[in-house]
Design a protein around this ligand. Structure first.
Ligand code: MN
Length: 235
Protein backbone atom coordinates (compact mmCIF):
# COMPACT_ATOMS: atom_id res chain seq x y z
CA UNK A 1 0.00 0.00 0.00
CA UNK A 2 1.39 3.43 -0.91
CA UNK A 3 1.72 5.85 1.95
CA UNK A 4 -1.08 8.41 1.89
CA UNK A 5 0.22 11.91 2.53
CA UNK A 6 -2.51 13.83 4.30
CA UNK A 7 -3.50 17.35 3.30
CA UNK A 8 -2.79 19.96 5.95
CA UNK A 9 -6.38 21.25 5.69
CA UNK A 10 -9.47 19.64 4.16
CA UNK A 11 -9.06 19.43 0.37
CA UNK A 12 -11.69 21.37 -1.62
CA UNK A 13 -14.38 19.36 -3.36
CA UNK A 14 -14.45 19.28 -7.15
CA UNK A 15 -17.51 21.12 -8.46
CA UNK A 16 -19.27 18.77 -10.85
CA UNK A 17 -21.99 19.53 -13.42
CA UNK A 18 -24.46 16.83 -14.53
CA UNK A 19 -24.18 15.59 -18.12
CA UNK A 20 -27.52 15.09 -19.84
CA UNK A 21 -28.45 11.49 -20.54
CA UNK A 22 -25.66 9.96 -18.46
CA UNK A 23 -24.72 9.29 -14.86
CA UNK A 24 -21.47 11.13 -15.49
CA UNK A 25 -20.43 14.49 -14.12
CA UNK A 26 -18.32 17.22 -15.72
CA UNK A 27 -15.59 18.32 -13.26
CA UNK A 28 -15.00 22.07 -13.31
CA UNK A 29 -11.39 23.23 -13.54
CA UNK A 30 -11.63 26.91 -14.50
CA UNK A 31 -14.39 29.35 -15.41
CA UNK A 32 -13.58 31.81 -18.18
CA UNK A 33 -16.02 34.57 -19.11
CA UNK A 34 -16.14 36.77 -22.21
CA UNK A 35 -17.00 40.46 -21.74
CA UNK A 36 -19.34 42.42 -24.04
CA UNK A 37 -19.81 39.77 -26.71
CA UNK A 38 -23.22 40.85 -28.08
CA UNK A 39 -23.40 44.22 -29.82
CA UNK A 40 -26.63 45.40 -28.20
CA UNK A 41 -25.32 44.55 -24.74
CA UNK A 42 -22.04 46.35 -25.47
CA UNK A 43 -24.13 49.39 -26.41
CA UNK A 44 -26.20 49.25 -23.24
CA UNK A 45 -22.92 49.19 -21.30
CA UNK A 46 -21.73 52.27 -23.20
CA UNK A 47 -19.48 50.75 -25.84
CA UNK A 48 -19.68 50.52 -29.64
CA UNK A 49 -17.60 48.90 -32.32
CA UNK A 50 -15.93 45.51 -32.56
CA UNK A 51 -13.03 45.13 -30.19
CA UNK A 52 -10.91 42.03 -29.61
CA UNK A 53 -12.58 39.74 -27.08
CA UNK A 54 -11.54 40.18 -23.48
CA UNK A 55 -11.80 37.75 -20.63
CA UNK A 56 -12.20 37.50 -16.90
CA UNK A 57 -12.40 34.49 -14.61
CA UNK A 58 -14.58 33.28 -11.80
CA UNK A 59 -13.46 30.76 -9.19
CA UNK A 60 -14.44 27.18 -10.05
CA UNK A 61 -16.32 26.94 -6.77
CA UNK A 62 -18.52 29.91 -7.74
CA UNK A 63 -20.30 27.45 -10.05
CA UNK A 64 -23.70 26.28 -8.80
CA UNK A 65 -24.88 23.22 -10.76
CA UNK A 66 -28.66 22.94 -11.01
CA UNK A 67 -30.51 19.81 -12.17
CA UNK A 68 -33.00 20.33 -15.00
CA UNK A 69 -36.03 19.39 -12.89
CA UNK A 70 -35.03 21.61 -9.96
CA UNK A 71 -34.84 25.25 -9.04
CA UNK A 72 -31.44 26.14 -7.67
CA UNK A 73 -31.20 28.58 -4.80
CA UNK A 74 -28.49 31.21 -4.46
CA UNK A 75 -28.11 33.73 -1.68
CA UNK A 76 -28.43 37.44 -2.49
CA UNK A 77 -24.73 38.34 -2.17
CA UNK A 78 -23.30 40.86 0.28
CA UNK A 79 -22.00 44.37 -0.49
CA UNK A 80 -24.34 45.10 -3.42
CA UNK A 81 -27.59 46.92 -4.06
CA UNK A 82 -27.57 46.09 -7.77
CA UNK A 83 -27.31 42.36 -8.49
CA UNK A 84 -27.71 41.81 -12.26
CA UNK A 85 -28.60 38.74 -14.29
CA UNK A 86 -26.64 37.87 -17.44
CA UNK A 87 -27.97 34.86 -19.35
CA UNK A 88 -25.21 33.10 -21.29
CA UNK A 89 -24.43 30.10 -23.43
CA UNK A 90 -21.71 28.13 -21.64
CA UNK A 91 -19.14 26.03 -23.51
CA UNK A 92 -17.66 23.00 -21.72
CA UNK A 93 -14.17 22.07 -22.91
CA UNK A 94 -13.48 18.37 -23.37
CA UNK A 95 -10.05 18.39 -25.01
CA UNK A 96 -7.22 20.69 -23.97
CA UNK A 97 -4.90 22.76 -26.09
CA UNK A 98 -3.09 26.03 -26.61
CA UNK A 99 -3.17 28.25 -29.70
CA UNK A 100 -6.17 26.36 -31.04
CA UNK A 101 -7.25 27.53 -34.49
CA UNK A 102 -10.84 28.59 -35.01
CA UNK A 103 -11.15 25.87 -37.68
CA UNK A 104 -10.21 23.22 -35.13
CA UNK A 105 -11.85 24.79 -32.08
CA UNK A 106 -15.17 22.95 -32.05
CA UNK A 107 -13.36 19.59 -31.79
CA UNK A 108 -12.29 20.74 -28.31
CA UNK A 109 -15.89 21.26 -27.16
CA UNK A 110 -17.45 18.60 -24.94
CA UNK A 111 -20.85 20.22 -24.71
CA UNK A 112 -23.00 23.23 -23.91
CA UNK A 113 -25.14 24.47 -21.04
CA UNK A 114 -27.23 27.43 -19.96
CA UNK A 115 -25.49 29.65 -17.42
CA UNK A 116 -25.96 32.86 -15.49
CA UNK A 117 -23.07 35.30 -15.04
CA UNK A 118 -24.45 36.98 -11.92
CA UNK A 119 -22.89 40.40 -11.47
CA UNK A 120 -22.66 42.90 -8.61
CA UNK A 121 -23.01 45.73 -11.12
CA UNK A 122 -22.47 48.55 -8.64
CA UNK A 123 -19.17 47.04 -7.51
CA UNK A 124 -18.12 46.23 -11.09
CA UNK A 125 -18.80 49.83 -12.13
CA UNK A 126 -16.81 51.17 -9.16
CA UNK A 127 -13.86 48.96 -10.14
CA UNK A 128 -14.11 50.04 -13.80
CA UNK A 129 -14.02 53.72 -12.79
CA UNK A 130 -10.95 53.15 -10.67
CA UNK A 131 -9.22 50.88 -13.19
CA UNK A 132 -9.23 48.03 -10.67
CA UNK A 133 -9.91 44.31 -11.24
CA UNK A 134 -13.50 43.14 -11.68
CA UNK A 135 -13.14 40.20 -9.28
CA UNK A 136 -15.37 41.62 -6.56
CA UNK A 137 -18.10 42.44 -9.08
CA UNK A 138 -17.93 39.16 -10.98
CA UNK A 139 -16.17 36.42 -9.03
CA UNK A 140 -18.20 36.24 -5.84
CA UNK A 141 -19.59 33.08 -4.25
CA UNK A 142 -22.45 31.41 -6.16
CA UNK A 143 -22.02 33.86 -9.06
CA UNK A 144 -22.11 31.19 -11.78
CA UNK A 145 -25.24 29.01 -11.76
CA UNK A 146 -25.29 26.44 -14.58
CA UNK A 147 -27.73 23.86 -15.92
CA UNK A 148 -26.81 20.34 -17.06
CA UNK A 149 -24.35 19.97 -19.95
CA UNK A 150 -25.62 18.58 -23.25
CA UNK A 151 -23.09 16.83 -25.51
CA UNK A 152 -22.10 18.95 -28.48
CA UNK A 153 -23.19 16.21 -30.88
CA UNK A 154 -26.75 16.48 -29.59
CA UNK A 155 -27.02 20.21 -30.39
CA UNK A 156 -25.68 20.60 -33.94
CA UNK A 157 -27.52 23.92 -34.42
CA UNK A 158 -26.34 25.64 -31.25
CA UNK A 159 -24.79 28.50 -33.27
CA UNK A 160 -28.30 29.61 -34.29
CA UNK A 161 -30.08 28.85 -31.01
CA UNK A 162 -32.41 31.32 -29.36
CA UNK A 163 -31.34 32.49 -25.91
CA UNK A 164 -33.72 33.92 -23.34
CA UNK A 165 -34.09 34.85 -19.70
CA UNK A 166 -37.34 35.46 -17.83
CA UNK A 167 -37.63 36.79 -14.29
CA UNK A 168 -40.82 35.82 -12.46
CA UNK A 169 -42.28 34.82 -15.83
CA UNK A 170 -41.54 38.14 -17.60
CA UNK A 171 -38.99 38.00 -20.42
CA UNK A 172 -36.02 40.28 -19.75
CA UNK A 173 -33.39 39.10 -22.24
CA UNK A 174 -33.97 37.55 -25.64
CA UNK A 175 -31.58 37.09 -28.57
CA UNK A 176 -29.91 34.41 -30.64
CA UNK A 177 -26.47 32.86 -30.27
CA UNK A 178 -25.80 33.85 -33.91
CA UNK A 179 -25.48 37.46 -32.65
CA UNK A 180 -22.32 36.69 -30.69
CA UNK A 181 -19.67 39.17 -31.81
CA UNK A 182 -17.01 36.46 -31.38
CA UNK A 183 -18.57 33.06 -31.99
CA UNK A 184 -17.69 29.95 -30.01
CA UNK A 185 -14.86 28.87 -32.32
CA UNK A 186 -13.33 32.35 -32.45
CA UNK A 187 -13.64 32.71 -28.69
CA UNK A 188 -11.78 29.44 -28.12
CA UNK A 189 -9.09 30.55 -30.55
CA UNK A 190 -8.55 33.85 -28.73
CA UNK A 191 -8.82 32.34 -25.26
CA UNK A 192 -6.37 29.51 -25.98
CA UNK A 193 -3.81 32.01 -27.22
CA UNK A 194 -3.73 33.44 -23.70
CA UNK A 195 -4.24 30.34 -21.55
CA UNK A 196 -3.82 26.64 -22.22
CA UNK A 197 -7.30 25.17 -22.08
CA UNK A 198 -7.88 21.86 -20.33
CA UNK A 199 -10.76 19.42 -19.96
CA UNK A 200 -13.07 20.78 -17.29
CA UNK A 201 -12.84 24.40 -18.36
CA UNK A 202 -16.08 26.32 -18.79
CA UNK A 203 -16.46 29.39 -20.99
CA UNK A 204 -19.35 31.77 -20.31
CA UNK A 205 -19.63 33.31 -23.76
CA UNK A 206 -21.27 36.65 -22.95
CA UNK A 207 -24.76 38.02 -22.50
CA UNK A 208 -27.20 39.73 -24.86
CA UNK A 209 -28.94 43.00 -24.05
CA UNK A 210 -31.52 43.40 -21.32
CA UNK A 211 -29.40 42.92 -18.21
CA UNK A 212 -31.16 44.23 -15.12
CA UNK A 213 -31.43 43.86 -11.38
CA UNK A 214 -32.96 41.02 -9.40
CA UNK A 215 -34.10 41.09 -5.79
CA UNK A 216 -34.77 38.65 -2.97
CA UNK A 217 -37.37 36.08 -3.94
CA UNK A 218 -37.05 36.48 -7.72
CA UNK A 219 -37.05 33.33 -9.85
CA UNK A 220 -34.87 33.34 -12.98
CA UNK A 221 -35.62 31.01 -15.87
CA UNK A 222 -32.88 30.71 -18.46
CA UNK A 223 -33.33 29.01 -21.81
CA UNK A 224 -31.19 28.20 -24.85
CA UNK A 225 -32.80 26.20 -27.66
CA UNK A 226 -31.74 22.56 -27.49
CA UNK A 227 -30.32 22.72 -23.95
CA UNK A 228 -31.77 22.03 -20.49
CA UNK A 229 -33.41 25.08 -18.94
CA UNK A 230 -31.85 26.66 -15.86
CA UNK A 231 -34.04 27.81 -12.97
CA UNK A 232 -32.63 29.74 -10.03
CA UNK A 233 -34.29 31.52 -7.13
CA UNK A 234 -32.61 34.38 -5.29
CA UNK A 235 -32.89 33.70 -1.57
MN1 MN B 1 -21.25 38.08 -18.74
Amino acid sequence: MPEIVPFAVPAPAVVAVPVVGTEQLFPVRRVYCVGRNYEEHAKEMGFTGREPPFFFLKPADAVVPVESDQTGVIAYPPLTQNLHHEIELVVAIGKGGANISADDALTHVFGYAVGLDMTRRDLQNDMKKQGRPWCIGKGFDQSAPIGPITSAGDVPHIAEAGIQLAVNGAVRQTSTVSKLIWNVAETIAHLSAAWRLEPGDLIYTGTPEGVAAVVHGDTLHGHVDGLCDLRVRID
